[in-house]
Design a protein around this ligand. Structure first.
Ligand code: FES
Length: 249
């Protein structure tokens, strides 16, 4: 974990709800992988919010690190930010992959977006399902090979049975107001669509508040089945849902 400074070189809008920041930065660029995130403080130091914000990279473009942020926050080109990272583990893709399902339930799909070019370049097909407020996410900028579905509040979308059956792996993000409850709903739906959910098939990507990012404060602790637990900042953000106590949700 290290702290580096970066300059916001450019701000581009995807729509009124999402914008992208292009950061000039030398560190991290070669190491950053889908699943990694950064803890960020805008400079000069502001203490609102008190904790560092959790920023998700979505790609590298022209040597700049691209971050996706909500559209209602004002960022200025030339602004300096302090980045702490890298937080978390890269997503653990299976060795043999043909199809991956990415699912955003009532939240921005941003933590999943960096995966898309990496998967497509390895000839893995990608389906992106957007439900609830995720429907506000624009998709025109995504590669045309990505199959996009809008789902209803119960995560129903056209061809759902086929998408779930074909997927070799699924990565889901959910509204952060109660991640375990929402992952429980995802688990129930997938349990109803498949005879069994094997290990390393269905992952919940956690976006818990991470005050330290290094395993020191325990604020991001998630209970696992049995007496085990995981820290999102060290073991996550993606946790295998077969290891989570979701059945009673
Ligand atoms: S954020 Fe402090 S232990 Fe994970």
């Amino acid at each position: 974990m290290k702290e580096v400074r970066a300059i916001i070189e450019r701000v581009t809008r995807l729509n009124e709800h999402y914008q992208r920041l292009h950061l000039t930065i030398e560190d991290f660029i070669t190491e950053i992988k889908p699943g990694h995130s950064l803890l960020v403080r805008r400079l000069p130091e502001r203490w609102d919010p008190y904790l560092r914000e959790h920023w998700w990279p979505v790609g590298i473009q022209g040597g700049a690190l691209v971050i996706e942020r909500p559209g209602n926050i004002i960022y200025e080109p030339g602004e300096v930010v302090s980045l702490l990272g890298l937080v978390g583990q890269p997503f653990r893709w299976k060795r043999t992959l043909r199809h991956v399902l990415l699912l955003a339930y009532d939240c921005a799909p941003t933590p999943l977006i960096m995966s898309i070019p990496a998967l497509l370049s390895n000839s893995v097909s990608v389906t992106l399902v957007l439900s609830g407020s995720a429907a506000l996410y624009p998709t025109k900028h995504l590669p045309p090979e990505v199959e996009v579905f809008q789902a209803d509040d119960q995560l129903a979308w056209p061809n759902r049975v086929m998408s779930v059956g074909w997927a070799d792996q699924v990565f889901a993000v959910v509204n952060a107001d109660d991640e375990l409850k929402h992952f429980g709903m995802v688990w129930k739906i997938f349990s109803g669509l498949r005879s069994e959910i094997p290990k390393t098939y269905l992952y919940g990507v956690f976006q818990a508040i991470q005050p330290c990012g290094v395993g020191a404060c325990q604020a991001c602790l998630v209970a696992q089945k049995g007496s085990e637990s995981s820290l999102i900042c060290l073991d996550g953000p993606a946790l295998d849902m077969t290891t989570l106590p979701l059945e009673s949700s």
